[in-house]
Design a protein around this ligand. Structure first.
Ligand SMILES: Cc1cc2nc3c(=O)[nH]c(=O)nc-3n(C[C@H](O)[C@H](O)[C@H](O)COP(=O)(O)OP(=O)(O)OC[C@H]3O[C@@H](n4cnc5c(N)ncnc54)[C@H](O)[C@@H]3O)c2cc1C
Length: 495
């Protein structure tokens, strides 16, 4: 019977990167892909953001050369009201800080999966892993409650010291190993419509940007490639929403601003798909005896905006490194593989999930709530009117009158949105680093006659006593450049 150090199930980004890392560590590695080749289905978008430059700079250099790539230097947000009118368009390109944080500023890329997946799989093969495509893995081999290998659809048994399951959102491996039956809420279905376009016109009109269409629509994102784009909209598995995914896509396509863009770049619909995507408040357990889950199989996509490729690649890397560590100790038991969860939680992947419950609740109750968004647009437009450029171009009255009227209107709207703010925005406050709260307080200190002569430390002690809300940030033992721990923030610091 065949025996490998590491068997990886799935030739998507998570699986290929796990296979590459395992092979580079000198482990005898095979990875299985059910498609005829990795990327065969060209599923999902693929915007790769700035942190790719931080974590995988060599890879990013190489990816630029692939045919479907469009650079991303900007995100354009289009706000649509309930009458389908385009009410606001703005863009973000980051700031000087971004340009200094990475050598490439805000840069990212968009790339079709039919380019990305084969490229990553090829890296794994070059590192020494064996790829078996057109092979569906249908079961795990269990012995004394531990995964010892897998079985292909044809019944072929393949043994392994460690199995890495990178088989996507519907992970057969997780189910067969008894780790879960269903997601139990949170996994969603994303409909996606792909368009082919005139490349030169895209260059002139779209440029190096991703676009979004927000309004009473279910937050539609538009990923732009070299000569095409696709739109997708999320969260179809909620109980309180009964519109069909395709109907929602039709609503987006009908927006006059969207149609104008399509005409300008000669966009023609090519393909409609729908894909499952985990969008979880918290990934469930990600390991069992003999097996670790990576990428979508583990529920890793970002809980705010569901970016998932970096998460798949990064978890694949951590899982393969943990496999090498476990194999070198001759122990791949459940207890040993708990090390995987410890490692990913301590990494940037863990940081991303620290605010999972808050992010999911916020998104579900704003961008993914068409009824609320119909109202929310009013508030967003009012905020946009306090923008310096908006005041310059509001010629309705004297400029300071314009400013005050808009300020008044925001204050009028405040009671309606205060419940939303309290429920969904206030819990995110614990993410503000304590050292930044202290800097803000020190700006106020000279203006408070009774306190301005105190030393900074004594000033913070007094403020902490006076304000339970500020006390958690002022605990002298708390880390200064990390979110305040949830339990500390919720209870406040007792003194
Ligand atoms: C519409 C949409 C748009 C998205 N846009 C973005 C984006 O812009 N940027 C971003 O970062 N993320 C995006 N994501 C999320 C991202 O696509 C996923 O998080 C990512 O693909 C996860 O990678 P993975 O390797 O874990 O799983 P997958 O990409 O799902 O790969 C799993 C692979 O395993 C194979 N497989 C499955 N079961 C078996 C089996 N039993 N035997 C053998 N092979 C098997 C599959 O064929 C597949 O190739 C998007 C997702 C969707 C649905």
């Amino acid at each position: 019977m065949e025996k490998w150090d590491v068997v990886v199930v799935g030739g998507g980004p998570g699986g290929s990167y796990a296979a590459k890392t395992a092979a580079e560590a000198g482990l005898k590695t095979v990875f299985f892909e059910r498609g005829r080749k990795p990327g065969d289905k060209n599923s999902s978008g693929c915007g790769l953001g700035q942190r790719w430059w931080r974590d995988y700079p060599d890879l990013m250099e190489e990816l630029q050369k692939l045919p479907s790539v469009r650079k991303v230097e900007m995100v354009v947000i289009n706000l649509i009201d309930e009458h389908d009118r385009l009410r606001y368009r703005c863009g973000t390109t980051g700031s000087d800080l971004c340009a200094n944080r990475w050598p490439h500023g805000m840069d990212g890329i968009s790339i079709y999966r039919s380019d990305l997946d084969p490229f990553l799989a090829d890296l794994a093969v070059k590192a020494g892993a064996e790829l078996r495509a057109s092979t569906l893995v249908s079961d795990v081999i269990m012995e004394n409650g531990q995964v010892r290998g897998v079985k292909t659809e044809k019944g072929e048994p393949i043994l392994a010291e460690v199995v890495i399951a990178a088989d996507g959102a519907m992970s057969t491996m997780a189910k067969k190993a008894g780790m879960r039956e269903r997601w139990g809420g949170g996994c969603t279905l994303v409909p996606q419509l792909d368009f082919g376009c005139n490349e030169d016109k895209m260059e002139d009109i779209i440029g190096n940007a991703e676009w979004c269409w927000f309004g009473p629509l279910y937050g539609t994102y538009q990923v732009n490639f070299r000569d095409g784009f696709h739109i997708g909209a999320g969260q179809w598995l909620r109980d309180d929403w009964d519109e069909k995914p395709l109907e929602m896509m039709k609503k987006v396509v009908k927006i006059p601003g969207f149609q104008a863009m399509c005409r300008a770049i000669e966009a023609k619909p090519r393909e409609y798909q729908a894909h499952m995507l985990p969008w979880l408040k918290k990934p469930p357990k990600t390991y069992t005896g003999g097996m670790m889950l990576v990428g979508d199989a583990a529920g890793f996509p970002c809980p705010l905006e569901a970016e998932g490729i970096w998460h798949a690649v990064t978890s694949g890397k951590i899982a393969a490194e943990t496999a090498a560590w476990a194999i070198s100790r001759g122990d791949a038991s459940e207890k040993a593989l708990a090390e995987y969860e410890r490692r990913w939680k301590a990494s940037d992947l863990g940081k991303e999930h620290e605010f999972g419950p808050e992010f999911v609740d916020l998104w579900n109750s704003s961008i993914f709530d068409p009824k609320l968004m119909a109202r929310q647009i009013q508030l967003l437009l009012e905020f946009s009117m306090l923008h310096p450029f908006s005041i310059v171009f509001d010629w309705g009255d004297a400029h300071m009158d314009c400013f005050n009227q808009h300020l008044e209107h925001i204050l009028d709207l405040a009671p309606e949105f205060s419940e939303f703010g309290k429920t969904y925005i206030a819990p995110l406050a614990r993410g503000i680093w304590p050292k930044n709260v202290k800097r803000l307080l020190l700006k106020v200190k000279p203006r408070i006659p009774a306190l301005r002569r105190l030393s900074d430390d004594n000033f913070f002690k007094v403020v902490a006593k006076l304000s339970k809300g500020l006390a958690p940030y002022l605990d002298p033992d708390i880390r200064q450049d990390a979110p305040v721990p949830r339990e500390v923030f919720e209870k406040g610091v007792r003194r």
